[in-house]
Ligand binder design. Structure first.
Ligand code: ADP
Length: 399
């Protein structure tokens, strides 16, 4: 029997198929550029002899429904899942669970209705997550499905940290508050770190830094999330590939008054044209690091703005937690960008964080410790695996 995990973004579908027994990966893939003139389908799978195969196709992929049809057809053609009755369950990443969902939840019609109601809070994501659930319901109605919410891990954040200093009625009537995102990743890496350190999760005080195209930090106190940098939407907090992160909201009034910018232009500006891209025209940390090393001033500036914001969040979360047992780097940048880790930790020795430059240069697919022997706080690089975490949560609920 197999467990299928679907992780839909606004224009992509990531998927992994696991053996229910031991949760080993049978196939994984990405269908990207959905809705664009030329989409990409990439899938790796183990054939009948256990050899890894790779297929890459370019085709027009109309929408997420089409992407799921393509995935299912490939599963059948390549005999990865010749019969859908082999599916024991399907786990979905659902971006917004609002205040309704504190934990992974077995999908029922009522749950689906509730996820629909949360669409205004995540207009680009919840609809495509819903499509995934609905298509599976149509094709294999008796297979149990589990929704794993990006926001759920952060529902433990206390009121004083999730409320904005806005009129309280905006929270009561419109549910304007901090929700936080990337919860599955923050949960996965913090639990993996506790296991690695041999510490009960309930005793762990840590700061997690998920640094990918989207980036967020979380403060976890005795295994409970108490603050996170993303807010009402994923725009707040750290500097990201194309998102600005923290900003003085009055800048928006100024842009409206002085240059007549409208709401859609502001949305595009802050979400798509800002962050690393806004400063240096590039949102890929690999290229930015190379350009910065070669002396490109704008790339170097973008790099430093990115690292400085992370440093500020580390300091503020050390204050929130009253010190931490460990700091965790994850995500494409957190796991790979040696110079980002070094720059945002420089000068934090008196706060208990001392990096070992040699260990920081190491590379590994497993968890790595990169602090010096004298550092009271451990510094770990923990590869994230949201799909595996969703598979675990799905298995736990379907039994
Ligand atoms: P997403 O949020 O889309 O899942 P990822 O977690 O894959 O993104 O992170 C993508 C980011 O990681 C990109 O900025 C990419 O340049 C960066 N990255 C990946 N590998 C490296 C590397 N070896 N050095 C520096 N940055 C890297």
């Amino acid at each position: 029997m197999k467990i299928l995990v679907m992780n839909s973004g606004s224009s992509s579908l990531k998927f992994q198929l696991f053996n229910k027994e031991g949760l080993t990966v049978v196939a994984s893939g990405l269908i990207g550029a959905i809705g664009e003139p030329l989409g990409l389908v990439s899938i790796r799978y183990l054939d009948g002899k256990g050899h890894e195969q790779h297929i890459e196709l370019k085709d027009r992929i109309v929408d997420h429904r089409d992407a799921i049809e393509i995935m299912m057809k490939l599963f059948q053609e390549k005999q990865i899942l010749s019969d859908v009755t082999q599916l024991a369950g399907v786990g979905h990443r659902v971006v917004h669970g609002g205040e309704a969902f504190h934990e992974p939840t077995l999908v029922t019609n009522d749950v689906l209705t509730e996820i629909h109601k949360l669409t205004p809070l995540a207009p680009l994501h919840n609809p495509v997550n819903i499509t995934g659930i609905e298509v599976v319901m149509e094709k294999v109605p008796c297979v149990p499905q589990v929704a794993v919410f990006d926001t759920a891990f952060h529902q433990s954040i206390p009121e004083h940290a999730y409320l904005y200093a806005l009129p309280y009625s905006l929270y009561k009537e419109q549910r304007v508050r901090r929700y936080g995102f990337h919860g599955t990743s923050h949960a996965f890496v913090s639990k993996a770190a506790a296991e690695y350190l041999g510490k009960p999760y309930e005793d762990l005080k840590c700061i997690t830094l998920h640094l990918g195209n989207g980036a967020s930090a979380a403060a976890i106190d005795h295994g409970i999330c108490v603050d996170t940098s993303m807010g009402f939407t994923p725009l707040e907090g750290l500097v990201m590939g194309t998102r600005c992160g923290d900003l003085d909201p009055a800048i928006l009034f100024y842009l409206v008054r002085e240059i007549g910018m409208d709401i859609n232009e502001m949305d595009t500006l802050l979400n798509k044209k800002s962050g690393l891209k806004g400063i240096c025209g590039n949102n890929d940390m690999r290229s930015i690091s190379k350009l910065a090393e070669a002396g490109d001033r704008q790339a170097l500036l973008a790099f430093h703005i990115f690292c400085y914001r992370i440093k500020k969040y580390i300091g503020s979360y050390l204050a929130v937690l009253g010190g931490a047992d460990c700091l965790i780097f994850t995500g494409g940048i957190g796991e790979n960008a040696v110079s980002v880790r070094a720059t945002c930790l420089a000068g934090l020795e008196n706060l208990g964080l001392t990096l070992d430059p040699q260990k920081n240069n190491n590379r590994s697919d497993a968890i790595m410790e990169i602090q010096s022997d004298s550092s009271p706080c451990k510094i770990l690089v923990v590869p994230t695996n949201e799909e595996l975490e969703i598979a675990h949560q799905t298995l736990a609920l379907i039994g």
